[in-house]
Design a protein. Structure first.
Length: 412
């Protein structure tokens, strides 16, 4: 639950219900994940980070991701396209993120909540009937009055309305035993914690007050990936004993060679690479200072024991940094200490291929499936577009190559 002081600062009359004990959805090998929502989902930022994470950081799960965002949509709108755009592809897992448009950008009224509860219930009932596991995402936050809103409510009214829908979504998830993503809380945490460093320059809800940049989407992706059960184990744990001249590593990584000081590895499991952004204040890198992304989700750990010196220089690829013996014995997170690393190029290549794939998924459902002749030739069009989509998937997989990398440890 958000601290009372923060709730007061946001001007919220309604208190967000705590979701601390809501169990995550456990992903299974071969799952097909549908990422569903409104224009914030169609921005293809948090959905891209989810797919990057599952494809590159957890390739062992072999999860296939499909992005199904639709600008301006409400839960009611998705009900009308649910079969054609989602269920026919037989997803096994889904995340939903509605509420921003449902709340009407005005002071909460009971009919708003009743309609949201009714339509979300229709969606969740259909998903469960299809045997799907579901993470219900809360809506995000409003940072300023959007330009398209005229006198319907102030920012406090809007955020209060969003909290009402957050609570309805959590109640629905609890009743059905579903997962729940605390998007509202994560975005508020980002907004609040960043003020001491950036003031109002880091706009968690985006420059228009509703559509986040990379910073806000990192908070969203964090909430969804945690609700999908990610982060329960390290992405890597490399253990080196300098005295015994031994090295071991967890699955997804193999030792190629070592001489007691220089250790070479081949890895199929990547650390997460935070993308750069034209606006560094609203970048994912900036948000990671306040959202525990690397601590929760991208622990690529190096533990070095048996050293005689008090300090060591660790070189990873072309980068190097000094650490104390005690810090190395405790373990350092290479993702944090070396933001640019031997995985960065391959990650960036795959990231762009994932972006291209998700852009095609938007074209598939919003353009091709809405053409006048679609219904008269539906089966053939679906088959053709799925073949094209498969080519995008193959492109991603072809770029997801094992990475050879070397760690050198030198006493100072």
């Amino acid at each position: 639950m958000l601290p009372l002081a923060l709730i007061s600062a946001l001007g919220l009359a309604q208190t967000p219900l705590a979701a601390n004990h809501q169990p995550p959805v456990s992903l299974k090998v071969g799952d097909r994940l549908a990422v569903i929502g409104d224009s914030i989902t169609e921005q293809r930022l948090y959905s891209r980070m989810i797919e990057e994470y599952l494809t590159l950081c957890r390739p062992d799960l072999q999860v296939e991701v499909r992005q199904l965002g639709w600008s301006g949509e409400t839960a009611s709108g998705f009900v009308n396209r649910m079969q054609q755009d989602c269920l026919q592809f037989k997803p096994t897992v889904a995340t939903t993120c509605y509420g921003m448009n449902d709340h009407g950008y005005r002071k909460f009224e009971q009919p708003i909540g009743d309609l949201y509860r009714n339509k979300m219930s229709v969606i969740l009932d259909a998903f469960q009937k299809a045997g799907m596991r579901v993470v219900v995402g809360s809506p995000g936050i409003v940072g300023k009055t959007p330009s398209w809103v005229r006198g319907a409510g102030n920012v406090d009214d809007m955020n209060d309305g969003l909290v009402h829908l957050h609570n309805i979504g959590l109640e629905l998830a609890r009743k059905r035993g579903l997962g729940f993503a605390t998007v509202f809380e994560d975005m508020v945490a980002l907004r609040d914690k960043s003020k001491a460093v950036y003031g109002d320059k880091l706009e968690a809800a985006g420059s228009d007050g509703v559509h986040p940049g990379w910073a806000g989407h990192l908070a969203m992706a964090h909430a969804f990936l945690k609700a999908l059960g990610m982060g329960q184990s390290d992405l890597a744990r490399i253990a080196i004993d300098l005295s015994a001249k031994t090295v071991s590593c967890t699955s997804g990584h193999v030792v190629r060679s070592h001489d007691g000081n220089t250790f070479s590895f081949r890895s199929t499991q990547y650390p997460f690479f935070l993308q750069s952004d034209a606006n560094p204040t609203n970048s994912a890198t900036a948000a990671a200072r306040f959202i525990p992304w690397n601590q929760d989700l991208s622990r690529f750990m190096l533990v070095v024991k048996g050293g005689k010196a008090t300090k060591y220089t660790v070189a990873w690829g072309s980068q190097s940094k000094k650490f104390t013996k005690d810090a190395l014995a405790k373990g350092i997170n290479l993702t944090v200490e070396f933001p640019t690393n031997p995985f960065s190029f391959a990650f960036g290549q795959c990231s762009q291929a994932i972006a291209d794939k998700q852009a095609y998924e938007t074209k598939q459902i919003k353009d091709i499936f809405r053409r006048p002749d679609f219904k008269s030739n539906e089966a053939a069009v679906v088959q053709q577009t799925e073949m094209r989509r498969a080519a995008f998937i193959e492109r991603v997989q072809s770029l997801r190559v094992p990475v050879d990398h070397t760690i050198t440890i030198t006493p100072n």
